[in-house]
Design a protein around this ligand. Structure first.
Ligand SMILES: [Zn+2]
Length: 309
């Protein structure tokens, strides 16, 4: 008997990750390609990948899920705005993908699907409520409430990266000032370091991490400042939702306690203690595969509803 498989695609600003999971959520195949610069080249790449997968696993792939960066409208079935990948802006994705794919498919915001992946198969397993925050180039987030992905009335829920944590802060791509994303992300960490050290160098967040480990005071202060603002956001989340778990992922979380410790200290200071003590704050476990696993699982979960019309 042939096994059923479910494809997932996670489209970021620099790369397209994709893979297949089986019915237990285990990855049976993964790969990646550079993110194509235009919508036409993106669609032809998806078509090409689908052809290869179908050849390798004939008639086994039952559905395809896509996680796209940006504000995804449930009603319009398209990304209304993608600050980090503007070629998606308002493009009618549903009819375009329907032409390419002979199986049911679904898509959503990438961070929402990463939360769904961690909930089903990662650090969030068995939690009825969780919030995922991914700290990387930007700050993505997704919510699971009472065992379901919380989408909001039109799919835009879970944009915690754009809540204000610093009212007098810098401009964000979304148009607001002092968003969580402008204060807690890889570019924010580097910006903090350049401010505290007075240096003018081309650095990465990893460089700042290595300097902090080596005892550089400006580097550790940079993490403390990011952690301070992250903690403010965690306090808001805890007081608002009383969640079972908050899961932190993304490239900057590879720094571990350098960011986590000041964030948890601040969260404790700013939240109701009974809610704080029952909330488990922990690292994500699916790494950069959370998005594609979540995308595949999301489409699989909706398979009965994904009728082709
Ligand atoms: Zn913003």
């Amino acid at each position: 008997m042939t096994k059923s498989l479910y494809a997932g695609f996670d489209l970021g600003g620099t790369e397209l990750k994709y893979g297949l999971i089986n019915s237990s959520g285990q990855l049976v195949f993964t790969s990646q390609a550079p993110t194509p610069p235009s919508i036409e080249s993106l669609l032809s790449l998806i078509q090409e990948i689908w052809g290869e997968l179908e050849q390798e696993y004939p008639r086994q792939i039952k559905s395809v899920g896509f996680g796209f960066a940006g504000f995804f409208s449930l009603k319009q079935k398209r990304i209304i705005k993608s600050p980090n990948y503007p070629t998606l802006n308002n493009f009618p994705l549903f009819p375009a993908l329907k032409k390419i794919l002979p199986v049911p498919f679904a898509f959503h915001n990438d961070a929402n699907l990463a939360a769904y992946g961690e909930y089903l198969y990662g650090s969030g397993q068995k939690a009825q409520s969780l919030v995922l925050l991914t700290v990387g180039t930007g700050l993505g987030s997704g919510l699971i409430l009472e065992g379901e992905l919380w989408q909001g009335q039109d799919g835009f829920a879970g944009e915690l990266g754009h809540i204000t944590v610093n009212p007098e802060g810098l401009h964000c791509n979304c148009g607001n000032l002092g968003c969580l994303e402008t204060e807690v992300s890889a570019p924010a960490l580097v910006r903090n370091y350049l401010t505290f050290s007075g240096k003018d160098e081309d650095l990465t967040a990893r460089d700042v991490y290595l300097m902090a480990k080596a005892g550089d005071k400006a580097a550790s202060k940079s993490f403390e400042r990011c952690g301070y603002f992250l903690g403010i956001a965690l306090g808001i989340i805890i007081n608002l939702l009383n969640p079972e778990k908050i899961i932190l992922g993304g490239g900057v979380m590879k720094s571990g306690n350098w960011l986590l410790r000041p964030a948890v200290t601040e969260a404790k200071r700013r939240s109701i203690s009974v809610s704080f003590t029952t909330c488990e704050i922990k690292k994500a476990s699916l790494g950069n595969k959370a998005g594609l696993i979540g995308a595949a699982a999301w489409a699989k979960h909706q398979l009965k509803n994904l009728k082709r019309t």
